[in-house]
Design a protein around this ligand. Sequence first.
Ligand SMILES: [Zn+2]
Length: 288
Amino acid sequence: MMPWWLVMIFLKYSTKAPNSSFDYSDPNTWATSFPMCGGPMQSPVELTAGRVAFSRTPKLRFAQGLKDGKIEAMNTGHEIKLKLMPKDRNEPLLQLISNTKPMNGVYTFAQMHFHWGPGGQHSGSEHCVGHKYTEAEAHFVFFNSRYGGFKEAVRHFDGLLVIGVMLRGAQQPGGLAFPTLGLENKLDTIDLPGNRLTMSADLTYFKTLLQHAVGNFYSYHGSLTTPPCNPVVTWMVAAKPVDVSSTFLERLRTEIFEDADGTRPLVNNCRPTQGRSGRTITKHISIG
Ligand SMILES: [Zn+2]
């Protein structure tokens, strides 16, 4: 296993992986070009509660003007990434504030994105609870506000926090469903890498969803699940999956491509689970 001093050096000089420089045909080979992918504290992992903590729910502070918000969606060639913006775009959409370890501090929301499988109910999510996978997983990425921005945060051990929500396809999503906001009807306009679209959207639903997610969740220290795999992420994965429209998932699988010619549908953009090697996973149960 790579020693920590070496990880610290890689972190210090870490830069974003160029978009074309990796794919999902064999994630086990990523470490050849991105050494941290073969290093310690990698994600995702299988979630089982090694420890249970009864803790205060981290506070989510949302911006005003969620109802008249905007979404900018982009095909990165590896995922569909969404910027979510409130009416006043100078204000961050959301901050997470916590004084409970391990997510001590103020984290600012940067972007969210999806990972999904080829269809069939039992693969597509990156994390699994016990041995159970779901069809997709949403990641809400935050940076530690003390580092001022995402670019600097990825160089520090406590730089990022990601809320993961495992998604289960449903014909008629019930209960607390994931808000696709009609994006399923516009995915064809971002079929190729680099394509973007902007649409207005009521972002209020994300508030409900995330407030639910930070109630009961699993936490552990891990990494980015894409190269360069920096081990700088405090993960919070919602304990229970939520429904998402199965039409949305089907269109992700068939209308989104990973190559500029539009010949290779982007599916299976999920990294296999990594060894936990002694890491403790804590299940947090909210006491209000
Ligand atoms: Zn992700």
